[in-house]
Design a protein around this ligand. Structure first.
Ligand SMILES: Nc1ncnc2c1ncn2[C@@H]1O[C@H](COP(=O)(O)OP(=O)(O)OP(=O)(O)O)[C@@H](O)[C@H]1O
Ligand SMILES: CCCC(=O)O
Length: 369
């Protein structure tokens, strides 16, 4: 029987806020509200954009004829919280506090507070949730150390899309996700490569500002001694150094664009610089996949390529040629984070999964109903 729950999903990004409405698994609305650089520059911190973005969502819903009184749930993308296990979490005071005071700024920090503000305005009893935020942490103990006890590794990656495509693959091959060993490479503005061992991401590069392959907007792993010397050279401010790592690193630094689609097109037209960059990017992605194959002890059922860059046959081929000796390569081009949020909400409403409580000072507890 088709269930008819209505769910609003919200995904705040650096230059846009995406919203979608699902009725059961059916998508009724999927809209990207774009924010100009000038609009966002008016706000000192990402959190200051809360009312601005919430208001735009309210207007978009009104224009689409969606009444929040008809919603059964609001699910948003989670932000840079304390490390937590995979799942769907009800928005609570601790979560809102941690997001407001988060050291790392990321637009997804706005997901929970926007969702909460919307449910508070609803005439009916309505709850706000986040699902599989970027801080999902299932690292194996051996994967937690870096090379210095002061700097343990962190699990920050595209958990929402990685888990969603891994589950889609599992469904396709008719096996539970929890029985498969998969390597998932999310190739977007940032790149994360995760080792999924029987349903847990036991190792993954810290894709926000720490490790991994070069990507369209991020530098990935950099030679740390050279970075320290540059930071203390007096030539650069902290802000400039950080933007070399995220925002103005990677392809932006090499090719002066964050548009990988256009850059790949220019390779077809003979742009040697762009060709070299993508040879490097695909080489580094393949190396990271090799590392994750070792993390899985060589037992790999499949390698999944996903994200915006996986829409390019050229890039997929360059990566696949180097790693197909490990396992078969599956491609899930683009990302479907809105659907992944909605499905988490649906599974909760249908009681197929249980909601969790965000409580960073203890464990996550299952809640009733
Ligand atoms: N057909 C294509 N070929 C190559 N690159 C593409 C193609 N389509 C989109 N892209 C590129 O994919 C990138 C965006 O990917 P995606 O939408 O997964 O990233 P994002 O959501 O902005 O960031 P992130 O995935 O890190 O959250 C852009 O650089 C875009 O130009
Ligand atoms: C790794 C953090 C998620 C993102 O790139 O947006």
């Amino acid at each position: 029987m088709m269930l008819q729950h209505k769910i609003l999903t919200i995904n705040p990004g650096s230059t846009s806020t995406k919203i979608a409405i699902y009725k059961g698994e059916l998508e009724l609305l999927n809209q990207t509200i774009r924010h100009s650089r000038e609009d966002l520059e008016a706000y000192v911190s990402i959190f200051d954009q809360l009312d601005f973005r919430k208001q735009l969502i309210a207007e978009a819903l009104q224009q689409a004829g969606i009444d929040i009184a008809q919603l059964d749930m609001v699910v948003a993308r989670g932000g840079l919280l304390e490390p937590i296990s995979s799942g769907i979490y009800e928005v609570n005071e601790e979560m809102l506090h941690d997001l407001k005071t988060a050291t790392l700024q990321h637009a997804s920090n706005l997901g929970a507070p926007i969702a909460q503000a919307i449910v508070e305005e609803a005439p009916q009893k309505l709850k706000a949730y986040i699902a599989d935020p970027v801080v999902v942490d299932e690292l194996a103990d051996v994967a937690r150390e870096s090379g210095h006890p002061l700097f343990p590794r962190k699990s920050i990656f595209h958990a929402l899309n990685q888990k969603a495509v891994a589950r889609q693959f599992a469904q396709k091959v008719g096996k539970p996700y929890e029985e498969l060993n998969l390597i998932v490479a999310h190739l977007g503005g940032g790149i994360s490569v995760g080792a999924h061992q029987q349903g847990k991401v036991i190792d993954v590069n810290q894709a926000l500002d720490g490790e991994g392959p070069v990507s369209p907007e991020r530098s990935g792993t950099l030679p740390v001694g050279d970075i320290i010397r540059a930071a203390f050279s007096g030539k650069y401010s902290e802000k400039e150094m950080l933007s070399m790592v995220v925002g103005e690193g990677g392809m932006v630094a090499y090719l002066d664009t964050n548009d990988a689609y256009q850059a790949v097109q220019s390779v077809e037209k003979g742009n040697a610089k762009a060709k070299h960059f993508f040879d490097v990017l695909t080489y580094q992605v393949a190396k990271e996949i090799g590392a994750m194959a070792a993390a899985l002890g060589g037992k790999v059922d499949a390698i999944i390529l996903t994200g915006g860059l996986a829409k390019s046959d050229r890039l997929v081929e360059l990566i696949a040629d180097r790693i197909k000796f490990i396992a078969k390569v599956e491609v899930f081009p683009g990302e479907d984070e809105m659907r992944a949020l909605a499905l988490n909400g649906l599974w909760l409403l249908e009681k197929k999964i249980e909601g969790k409580i965000y409580n960073p000072h203890g464990k996550s507890f299952e809640i009733q109903g």
